[in-house]
Design a protein around this ligand. Sequence first.
Ligand code: NI
Length: 176
Amino acid sequence: MALLKIARMGHPVLLARAEPVPDPKAASVAQLIDDMIETMEDIRGAGLAAPQVHVGLRVFVYRVPEERSAGPDDPPRAVQALINPTIEAIGDEQALRVEGCLSIPGLRGAVPRPARVRYAGWDRAGEPISGEASGFLATVLQHENDHLDGILYPMRMTDLSRLAFEDEFARFGLLP
Ligand code: NI
């Protein structure tokens, strides 16, 4: 087990497109996932993608913290991994949710994204998994999947007046 160094916005690895994992059952991939989980939990993050730890592979880890759960359709979830994910929107509904990123420390922004998504991929054991997501889970899956395509959440924002430092966000909020 090891804590990994997080790449911050401005590092080219965060703007590159990651490569598919050749073998989702490889022991090296499980080791990477374990180290990413340890790193994410150490910083109390809700998601971490491999490019954020300078690894250009299509894998991320995520969880739904109890305080971020958005109701019965979006229950708290223990940490999970998704390898070679595919994510697609269900319907046209958009949701505006506040996001942060371990690679952009100290900031929060309101990001519009599809409210519901269908996801598929392989888990830490290399077994196929799939499902539908709404609420915070839909947000974190799309945020982490974007990292695999070199996209950071401010690049998804349509109103940069809703980008704020965490302490000012705590004082004033973001949404009207
Ligand atoms: Ni992020």
